[in-house]
Design a protein around this ligand. Structure first.
Ligand SMILES: NC(=O)c1ccc[n+]([C@@H]2O[C@H](COP(=O)([O-])OP(=O)(O)OC[C@H]3O[C@@H](n4cnc5c(N)ncnc54)[C@H](OP(=O)(O)O)[C@@H]3O)[C@@H](O)[C@H]2O)c1
Length: 357
């Protein structure tokens, strides 16, 4: 666990004196529920589950640019406890007493893993989400922001997709376990709101990339996979930079530092329980070919490039609308794609030995 601010434990102990003990009935027996003060030492505590991953890295980067002295941030990883285990999650809430929770932790994986382990994707994600939401309610968290994904939207749909369309048809069969588990977060956000008055909401990012990503060629997402292949070609470890498929499919990529900045905005200013898509605009959709050329430039690669059209292209496009984001946060400036790709290539080269790959 990374605690970027000084000693949470001491503040937590001091705040202990202020605990208000409430009593609630749960499953037929009386349990003690602790209501925590909205602030500890005058600061709100923001706890990030899955804080060691790609999105967590983006939030940390955004915080370096936009710090707030009134916030104390706690970034968790699986080393701090297995969120599938309810008691482990209760202990995490009891320890950190968060005012806000940003829930990023999930069992995630590539196409093959999703197709092969549908039951595990469902069970692990449902358990993680159920525990994080239940204890957020019990510990009176002021706002819980969970992370959905545009890949959970209906397989057959019209474009652009928007926040109202999540449940309008089955997801692609390859990721049913993951997609339905994520969709239930949206259902439960409304249920917790109507039954308990909780402010639980969700964000829906498109394809994320940036420092801290998983650069595995076989298991990673398209852009970090391209960066890894291009770097191997540049180092002369392969003869050429090969791009799988025709290069024609279109994608909306969001830089993790931009997503981090938008998560800060959602935490500080977005008050709705309904989901919000966090994405660049439809006009900023890029083809895989253009993305690969941005990687070539970012890596300063000058060797041969080949498209392997024997490999599948996947879905041609999954265009998402960011109209809601634009309406509520019109001034937000996304990092230009080429610049974000170049920065990520630079980070990957510098951190090659330790990067996930
Ligand atoms: N990457 C994308 O393109 C994308 C797109 C849309 C939505 N999302 C969503 O964004 C969120 C964050 O994704 P990411 O790409 O940042 O993921 P990531 O890099 O794979 O990180 C996953 C995080 O979850 C933690 N975690 C996994 N299982 C856990 C468990 N059982 N108990 C506790 N912690 C656990 C991991 O901890 P360790 O580091 O200790 O393993 C890690 O911190 C996820 O909800 C994902 O569905 C991602």
């Amino acid at each position: 666990m990374k605690v970027p601010a000084p000693c949470v434990a001491a503040s937590v102990a001091a705040a202990g004196a202020l605990l208000l003990k409430l009593y609630s009935r749960e499953r037929g027996r009386v349990s003690v529920v602790e209501r925590f003060p909205a602030t500890v030492d005058g600061k709100v505590v923001v706890m990030v589950t899955g804080g060691s991953g790609l999105v967590g890295c983006g939030i940390e980067a955004a915080l370096r640019k936009s710090p707030n002295a009134n916030e104390r941030w706690v970034f968790l990883s699986s080393k701090d406890g297995d969120l599938r285990d309810s008691e482990a999650v209760r202990k995490i809430y009891a320890k950190h007493r968060p005012t806000y929770v940003i829930h990023l932790a999930a069992r995630v994986g590539g196409l093959y893993a999703n197709m092969t382990y549908k039951v595990q994707f469902w069970r692990d994600n449902v358990a993680i989400n159920d525990n994080v939401m239940h204890w957020a309610k019990e510990y009176h968290v002021k706002k819980l922001i969970s992370c959905l994904s545009t890949c959970i939207f209906p397989d057959k749909t019209s474009y652009p997709i928007d926040e109202t369309m999540i449940h309008n048809g089955p997801p692609h069969s390859s990721n049913e376990g993951y997609a339905y588990a994520k969709r239930m977060i949206d259902v439960l956000n409304r249920a917790y709101n109507s039954q308990y008055g909780c402010k639980f909401t969700s964000i829906v990012p498109t394809n994320i990339f940036g420092p801290g990503d998983n650069f595995s060629i076989t298991d990673g997402h398209v852009l970090p996979g391209l960066m890894h292949k291009c770097l191997l070609a540049q180092k002369g470890e392969t003869d050429e930079f090969t791009i799988w498929g025709s290069g024609t499919p279109l994608r909306q990529f969001i830089y993790n530092e931009d997503l981090g900045a938008l998560v800060l905005w959602v935490m500080r200013e977005y008050e709705d329980c309904e989901p919000i898509i966090l994405s660049v605009g439809e006009e900023d959709e890029v083809s895989i070919k253009d993305a690969a050329m941005a990687v070539v430039k970012g890596m300063e690669y000058t060797g041969p490039v080949r498209f392997d059209t024997s490999k599948s292209d996947g879905q041609f496009k999954k265009t998402a609308s960011n109209a809601k984001l634009r309406r509520l946060h019109p001034d937000f400036q996304f990092t230009p794609f080429a610049q974000a790709v170049a920065s990520t290539c630079e980070w990957f080269k510098e951190n090659y030995e330790t990067a996930r790959k």
